[in-house]
Design a protein around this ligand. Structure first.
Ligand SMILES: O=P(O)(O)OC[C@H]1O[C@H](O)[C@H](O)[C@@H](O)[C@@H]1O
Length: 449
């Protein structure tokens, strides 16, 4: 589970949290009664407890099938169709999974379609012949350009290598039940398909086949992931802002925003949680960055980034606060040994667990940053298990929904992401975008003049 251990009370007094109760209550009711803005996208709320066991079994079987037919799974997707699976694999697999002896890593997962770098895709393609390959292409809309371009190329590769039918047995599509180009293509090609429910938005879809199929293929315990989320679903239904840590966290964020903080820095001291930070950034950035409002979600890996960003956080613009995620019971431990010469002067640490130094760095840094005028929120995650990660996913989904309602925006739409796409289509000469292309050309002329 996740505990909200402490926050800098000199910045936000407990009474200020309690004053938020009426507003939190309202946001809670909007969620519970499915009556707030974007209420048609609340399918994620009951997902853990209502997951169809037959569909879950089919996901697990497809995962086993992938692991039998392939030793490399290419997951194609972007945004919510990519970040959840990557966050979970990065946290739950061995830190050096790719270095494990081949027999200990039956299936490797790589990602594509999360950007449009020719170098990235070309360098992936040139290695595929060394592996038995399967592909999971994921897109809720079925039309997003980045994964569509990657899939167009990888589909060609798969069909050239395995034949049309052979490729169709190795390609799995996760998309809308009925709509979109990917649904049409998958139906015509005969791919096994999985559905992203209509009422679950992309950034809330990690606990659907979007995340679960790649994880099942990689041998992750998806039952435990869902169990952890189910526990969060039950525990985080409490409407009292003082008793529900997800709501306390939501209220704290909005109070700090009202006090002039503009950036929330998501900090972890475990490299395994790096992509949890990336997933968290989309969840909060897309849910709250609207109407000229919102906290800019940033992430940092400490103590690594204390040697790069530490100066700014300590002494730079006082526009940020930190949300620190501490893992109470990390996956491994290591003791610092005494050495005869003590040339590094570290024998004073001999006999102590290395984790004690990492934890002390966390404590010391929080104190330093608070002294420097940076409020901090400390959240504690039990451990690095699938169940704890499932709980974490649900915790932040619940928190962002309430936080966005407190901020007065719809948590579940993302109108702002369309502009770059339509500009790109216009500049690429996509039919139907001629007028916009002319407008942009005029703008470009003005820019050059
Ligand atoms: O799953 P897709 O429909 O391909 O969408 C992938 C991503 O792209 C969109 O532009 C939105 O920014 C995200 O919320 C979404 O997760």
């Amino acid at each position: 589970m996740i505990r909200l251990v402490e926050w800098t009370q000199s910045f936000v007094a407990p009474e200020e949290i309690e004053l938020q109760q009426p507003f939190v209550e309202t946001a809670h009711r909007l969620l519970e009664q499915r009556s707030g803005a974007g209420h048609e996208f609340l399918g994620w709320m009951d997902l853990p407890s209502s997951f169809d066991p037959i569909e879950l079994q089919r996901i697990k079987e497809a995962g086993q099938n992938i692991a039998k037919q392939a030793n490399l799974l290419v997951v194609i997707g972007i945004g919510g169709s990519y970040l959840g699976a990557r966050a979970a694999l990065h946290m739950l697999q061995h830190s050096f999974h790719d270095l494990l002896p081949r027999e200990q890593r039956p299936l490797q997962v790589v990602f594509a379609g999360h950007q449009m770098s020719a170098t990235y895709l070309a360098e992936l393609l040139e290695l595929l012949d060394h592996y038995e390959v399967a592909v999971n292409v994921i897109s809720k809309s079925g039309t997003t350009t980045e994964p569509a371009l990657a899939f167009r190329t990888l589909k060609q590769y798969m069909e050239q290598r395995y034949g049309i039918q052979g490729a169709a047995q190795r390609i799995y599509a996760t998309t809308d039940a009925k709509r979109g180009a990917l649904r049409k293509l998958a139906n015509e090609a005969g791919y096994e398909t999985f559905v992203i429910p209509d009422d679950v938005g992309g950034r809330f879809s990690v606990l659907t086949p979007v995340g679960l199929l790649p994880l099942a293929a990689a041998g992750i315990d998806v039952d435990a992931l869902l169990q952890g989320a189910k526990r969060a679903q039950s525990e985080l239904r409490e409407s009292d802002v003082r008793k529900n840590p997800a709501y306390t966290y939501a209220a704290l964020r909005q109070i700090l925003r009202a006090k002039g903080k503009a950036i929330e820095l998501f900090v972890t001291y475990e490299p395994a949680l790096h992509y949890v930070g990336e997933w968290w950034k989309q969840l909060f950035g897309e849910s709250e960055g609207k109407d000229g409002k919102g906290l800019y979600p940033a992430s940092a890996d400490f103590s690594t980034d204390l040697h790069s960003l530490g100066q700014f956080v300590q002494d730079g613009a006082r526009t940020l606060f930190e949300t620190v995620i501490k893992v109470k019971n990390p996956r491994r431990s290591l003791q610092i040994e005494e050495v005869a010469d003590d040339l590094d002067g570290l024998n004073y640490l001999a006999g102590r667990p290395l984790q004690q130094v990492n934890d002390t760095a966390l404590e010391a840094t929080m104190l330093a940053h608070q002294t420097g005028g940076v409020p901090t929120i400390l959240l504690e995650l039990d451990d690095m298990s699938a169940a704890s990660l499932g709980y974490l996913f649900y915790f932040f989904e619940k928190a962002v929904a309430v936080s966005a309602y407190l901020q007065g925006v719809n948590p579940f739409d993302q109108p702002g992401v369309e502009m770059y796409k339509s500009n790109m289509f216009a500049l690429l000469g996509k039919p139907g975008y001629e007028n916009q292309r002319e407008r942009l050309a005029t703008m470009a002329k003005v820019r050059e003049s």
